[in-house]
Design a protein around this ligand. Sequence first.
Ligand SMILES: Cc1cc2nc3c(=O)[nH]c(=O)nc-3n(C[C@H](O)[C@H](O)[C@H](O)COP(=O)(O)O)c2cc1C
Length: 341
Amino acid sequence: MKLFEPFRLKNMELKNRIVLPPMCMYQATQDGFSTLFHICHYATRALGGAGLIIVESTGVTPEGRITDRDLGLWNDSQTDGLKRIVDACRKYGAKIALQINHAGRKSKSAAGPCLAPSALRFSGDCRVPAEMTENDIKRVTAAFVRAAHRADEAGFDALEIHGAHGYLLHEFLSPLTNRRTDSYGGSLRNRVRFLREVLNGVRGSWPDEKPLWLRVSACDYDDRGIDGPMMVRIVDEIRPLVDLVHVSSGGLLPAKVKDYPGYQVSLAEQIRKECGVPTIAVGLITNEEMAEEILQDGRADLVALGRELLRNPYWHVDTAVRNGVPGYVPESYKRAFPKIK
Ligand SMILES: Cc1cc2nc3c(=O)[nH]c(=O)nc-3n(C[C@H](O)[C@H](O)[C@H](O)COP(=O)(O)O)c2cc1C
């Protein structure tokens, strides 16, 4: 089965192609430190056979967290806790990436000002954000760069920049939320400028041999917003700076997206084919037949299962056993699987 075939990206070799996507657990301390929960949660998925684990949205600044219970990496002292998560996951055979983020106008953190490209509120229960000055842009860019350096020190195998779900970088990319009249707004090239600066900066503080990639929302579900063809043009602008694109959608506007099994796969396929970049497909993919079809048909290189891996951290073990794939039952659990040697 293709889903149990290895996948290599730069120095990172995955043992299979089913990924745990980043999912906020809201279990960090108020000041952004990881807790025992994170070690248990992520190490369980590693023991369960996940090829790649992407650790949840981690704030590059205190006010850049989505909530005050998110992980943070704005301080050197936060590195050690993340290193313990990395070590636990690697010990049990998974590779591990970190998602770094600034939540922009969707931040509910009490830590500081709410920032965005333009002073447009997300919804009634969010603050009206302050339009970022060029100094703010420089400060947040530097925060991404320093967080990337710390992520390397913590030992992460790969780094994901969160450019999706209506957070700061996505807000700059979309014409719906970026109404700036300076060099960071207007044309598509200008709207990509902040992202390009962040990626360029991070490239300087993150080792070349480790993969660096971007998560995007390839559709805003609004006629005037981002759609598949526009996202292709955006990815083309930054193509040399990323090794892979993790393709999600939505989150920019409060309206609920109508989802159905595999609803985002065609966007991952379009970006993979038209931009010539490896992709992760995600979104209501819950069974091995669907995952295998996506991989066999070359629609994506990796498939992420989010809520499914929350429900069943042993998804890889179960699927491997059912399909006769050796090597997935942890030694200590073999008595629970009498037919497995
Ligand atoms: C509890 C929860 C927390 C999430 N947190 C994040 C996050 O930190 N970063 C992110 O990019 N996406 C986040 N997401 C979105 C998931 O990564 C994924 O794209 C989404 O759940 C769709 O995949 P699924 O249908 O397989 O669950 C979260 C989703 C859930 C359910």
